[in-house]
Design a protein around this ligand. Structure first.
Ligand SMILES: CCCCCCCCCC/C=C\CC(=O)SCCNC(=O)CCNC(=O)[C@H](O)C(C)(C)COP(=O)(O)OP(=O)(O)OC[C@H]1O[C@@H](n2cnc3c(N)ncnc32)[C@H](O)[C@@H]1OP(=O)(O)O
Length: 301
């Protein structure tokens, strides 16, 4: 019976939940995925390693010093995820970091500072695009969070189906935007509400709270806290449990849960871009970002 279920589970719905939802999907070249038992691709900021025999792809962020989500990172992630989404050998994706102590520092502040309005628009569209791909992926997504995970880093984790955080009090996680003088957009907020519930999200976002592993576990922001050297192996073990569920049933259930949030973002996408460009280009906001960057540098020296 278990074998039968596993076989049935192999018959996956094609495309992300976005295309399963009736929206047109896009086709990308599958150049690097052949029939070997392992397929790897490394670009400058992201390494994708798909093990065909297990069906697990590990997507490793490798953009030192802090895996900030600049244009290169966003583009490489989008391409990598598109390829995995179309690959029938891949059933689950683990997001993790190759950079010690940091999962991701979130959006690259330099992409939001001193740039043209056109740049801000393109940048924000790319951020939206990555979130849509992560949040609507038909694959099982597990975040193996092996370092600090503020703001956009936390958003990537929130987009996954399951979150495992390394037990190190320095590895804080949360949507800290308010502390920078900026505002977490509604789809960041929705992702948080969908994970921890309204009341906790309300406080969390207004204060820009960064949670320790113990507190993140307590509020349900992460599902498991494990010793640092066990984060990836635990993610792989957990993935095997998710694999016991037939893909079609899991995918439809996931879509049912996430579609309203995805639809809300799609319906408000252009307004959200306009809001971002208007907000981020304000002198007062640019000043806040400048001061924040200076503070980060001072902390070092
Ligand atoms: C009406 C409503 C409209 C809505 C409008 C929307 C508004 C905008 C919404 C924006 C949304 C998303 C926000 C983000 O994701 S913003 C990014 C937030 N990130 C942070 O606050 C993290 C800041 N970084 C840290 O806390 C630490 O760096 C760390 C991650 C804990 C790591 O600590 P560390 O000691 O190991 O490293 P550190 O010395 O601090 O940093 C090394 C160098 O990296 C630079 N750096 C750090 N973070 C970023 C970043 N996010 N972007 C760019 N650069 C970053 C840091 O300055 C150091 O640089 P250098 O070596 O000194 O040159």
């Amino acid at each position: 019976m278990a074998t039968l279920l596993r076989k049935a589970a192999r018959v996956s719905l094609s495309g992300s939940l976005l295309s399963a939802g009736g929206r047109p999907g896009r086709l990308y070249a599958l150049s690097y995925f052949g029939s070997n038992s392992r397929n790897s691709s490394t670009s400058s900021k992201v390494k994708v390693d798909l093990d065909n025999s297990s069906g697990i792809a590990v997507v490793k962020f490798q953009g030192p010093p802090v895996n900030s989500m600049g244009m290169d990172f966003l583009t490489e992630m989008a391409i990598g995820l598109d390829k995995l989404e179309l690959d029938k050998n891949c059933r689950g994706i683990i997001l993790t970091s190759a950079v010690p102590k940091v999962f991701s520092a979130g959006l690259d502040i330099m992409d939001m500072y001193g740039k043209t309005l056109e740049h801000y628009e393109l940048f924000w569209r790319s951020v939206q695009d990555l979130w849509l791909k992560l949040y609507s992926s038909s694959k099982i997504m597990i975040a193996a969070i092996n370092g600090a995970s503020p703001a956009g880093g936390c958003l990537m984790a929130l987009s996954c189906d399951y979150r495992i955080l390394a037990d190190n009090p320095r590895y804080k996680i949360g949507l800290n935007e308010a502390q920078l003088g900026i505002v977490a957009p509604f789809w960041f907020k929705d992702s948080m509400v969908n994970t921890v519930g309204y009341r906790i999200a309300e406080e969390s976002i207004q204060f820009g709270v960064m949670y320790s592993p113990a507190d993140a576990l307590k509020i349900g922001l992460v599902d498991q806290v494990v010793p640092e050297d066990k984060v990836l192996s635990t993610a792989k073990e957990k993935m095997e449990k998710w694999f016991d569920i037939p893909d079609h049933a899991r995918q439809i259930s996931k879509s049912m849960m996430r579609k309203p949030t995805i639809d809300r973002m799609l319906a408000n996408r252009e307004t959200d871009i306009k809001n971002f460009v208007g907000f981020i280009s304000k002198d007062s906001i640019q000043k806040s970002l400048e001061m924040y960057m200076a503070m980060l540098k001072m902390k070092k020296g």
